[in-house]
Design a protein around this ligand. Structure first.
Ligand code: ADA
Length: 572
């Protein structure tokens, strides 16, 4: 899929972005009317995109169809979808080839023996909600729909590598690495094939031997353990990355990896043995003109602002897996990342949390996140959920399940979730770092309530026996309307927001219980929550920039603090 580097030199990859035919299907009659055989009428749209930015479709929720005619030289084709919002069903030349649930996850289908010539790919996209949706209908972002990330088709020849995962451990002195590759291999031929498989990191060949697979066989191959000495660590601001090259006689897969160690020790988060203070922002990968089909140029711009100017060392990808290219950019810049699935808050009732379909869908989303993002060094947190009913047994059951999965399969990462019920949360056992969302000074209480709150949570943490678990403020903040100023202490002004954030950030920074903080939020964003007292303009206005990335007063205050803390660190 789209990365910041070429994933393949040998394998033939073609983008299926660009012009697609498009029709909405508000009565959901498309399957009955065989739209997958041929999509009559409609208009030409470009992919990736959200349909909501097309005129007249801002509020459209439901089913829409996309059709693309493409040419291939034939063979075994692998169709890759970066993300489709939310439920996708896919046909090739009128035959169903697969379906996928989940709006922010990558997925692929392999179809052998496709003939040379023109073919039609049809996608039915459904962004409606029901009781088993993840997220539920009630979210604080916008219900966009469409094919929101890139589509590619690859031609697989002979034995190819579908996925690679590098599991590793650093030596105690962190100068060498012991690791092993786990490869998902596939044989695109009808009969048995044999190939030379070779794996390199940088210029070092770690494996080179023959392997055989039966016709159409998919197999996970675990390669023997290797040791690499004299490695350079990946770190904040010092992003040493190594090239991975996996080749067979007919195929290749290129990737990057960075070696680093993240752990919790003495109530601190330690990166490569050093305690770090996380200074971050929550960021939605959203823009009012592009929705969730976020352009690469804008990703870079967001990072130029958040990292190079504002001084963040971490970003929380609230509230779903972000584009691979964005995560690549974080790897390249040496910035920490929190990646989570869209199991978001208030919408989930107790019974929804107990519904096996919901629980399994959530698990599958974690599985996909781990599979597609495993090698990224920047991801130090896996986030399981956000503000769900964590004072209930249903949430406890689900958290235990997800936590165990991520600890077993998620590599060297810390597992967390964002709770807004710190006083009575019963899931805190299932996290390495306690992450809290609170909004004193906005939804209730004044700034002064932080002191009381911090004191009482510290006591609870001790009573529960979790004093060794670092605490992060995963969300805090308040709204300001861009350009609204006053001399008085009034909600919605830029001054009020700036003062509130300054007060809170200084408290967290000066209290050893906190390992860091993520401001809510980087920039304003469109929401489907009713425009009203708290969502003026139909936007969540708690950004320290507006939705067009123009800074509010709080931005400059945060910049001053983040840069001051960094300087203090360097000076000590
Ligand atoms: C919650 C939630 C965010 C956002 C925020 C707010 O903490 O996790 O997505 O909705 O509240 O602005 O109220």
């Amino acid at each position: 899929m789209t990365r910041l580097f070429d994933e393949h030199i040998i394998r033939n990859v073609k983008y299926l972005n660009g012009a697609w035919k498009f029709v909405t299907d508000p009565k959901n009659i498309g399957e009955e009317k065989l739209y997958f055989k041929s999509l009559d009428g409609g208009e030409t749209v470009t992919v990736p995109s959200v349909w909501n930015t097309q005129s007249g479709l801002l509020k459209y929720e439901g089913v829409a169809w996309y059709e693309k005619t493409f040419y291939t030289d034939g063979g075994c084709l692998r169709f890759n979808f970066g993300a489709v919002m939310t439920y996708a069903k896919v046909w090739l030349d009128g035959d169903l080839i697969g379906s996928h649930y989940g709006g922010f996850s990558q997925f692929d289908f392999i179809i052998p023996n496709v003939e040379k010539g023109y073919h039609i790919l049809t996608v039915r996209v459904d962004n409606s909600f029901d009781g088993q949706s993840i997220p539920q209908k009630k979210v604080d972002w916008y219900h966009y729909g469409g094919i929101i990330r890139d589509v590619t088709v690859e031609t697989l020849v002979g034995i190819s590598t579908l996925f690679n995962r590098l599991e590793y451990e650093l030596s105690d002195d962190m100068t060498s690495v012991k690791g092993r590759f786990v490869l998902d291999m596939y044989n695109a031929e009808d009969g048995v094939s044999t190939t030379m498989l070779s794996v390199k990191i940088g210029n070092t060949t770690l494996f080179s031997d023959k392997i055989s697979l039966d016709g159409r066989e998919k197999r996970e191959i675990i390669l023997p353990e290797f040791t690499l000495d004299n490695i350079k660590l990946w770190d904040i601001g010092s992003p040493n990355l190594y090239d991975i090259v996996v080749t067979t006689d007919t195929d290749d897969l290129l990737d990057k990896v960075g070696f680093r160690k993240i752990c919790v020790e003495d109530g601190k988060i330690k990166l490569n043995g050093r305690a770090v203070e996380i200074r971050g922002v929550n960021r939605h990968e959203e823009h009012p003109d592009w929705g969730f089909a976020f352009p690469q140029g804008l990703m870079k711009k967001d990072l130029d602002i958040a990292v190079s100017d504002l001084g963040c060392n971490a970003i929380r990808g609230s509230h779903y897996p972000n584009s691979q290219e964005f995560v690549d950019m974080l790897d390249e810049r040496g910035i920490l990342f929190w990646s989570e699935i869209p199991m978001w808050g208030w919408g989930f009732s107790q019974s929804a949390l107990a519904d096996p379909v919901v629980v399994d869908r959530g698990l599958e989303m974690h599985r996909e996140m781990v599979k597609y993002y495993y090698n990224h060094p920047c991801i130090i947190f896996w986030g399981m959920h956000n503000e769900i009913l964590t004072a209930t047994e249903e949430a406890r059951f689900l958290s235990e399940k997800y936590y165990n999965f991520l600890k077993e399969n998620g590599g060297n990462r810390l597992v967390t979730f964002a709770t807004d019920k710190p006083k009575d949360d019963i899931c805190l056992e299932y996290c390495d770092v306690i992450s809290i969302n609170q909004y004193f000074g906005w939804y209730g209480g004044g700034f002064g309530d932080w002191d009381k709150f911090i004191k009482s949570f510290r006591e609870r943490r001790e009573v529960l026996g979790y004093s060794h678990k670092p605490v992060i403020m995963s969300e805090f903040g308040g709204a300001a309307l861009y350009g609204y100023h006053t001399f008085d202490d009034v909600h919605w002004t830029e001054e009020y927001q700036a003062n509130m954030l300054e007060y809170a950030i200084e408290h967290f920074h000066n209290d050893p219980m906190f390992a860091g903080f993520f401001i809510w939020q980087f920039c304003d964003m469109r929401t489907c929550l009713e425009a009203g007292i708290n969502r003026a303009r139909g936007f969540n206005n708690k950004g320290i920039l507006n939705e067009y990335r123009k800074p509010k007063a709080a931005y400059f205050k945060v910049k001053e603090l983040y840069n001051k803390y960094e300087k203090e660190k360097i000076d000590t």
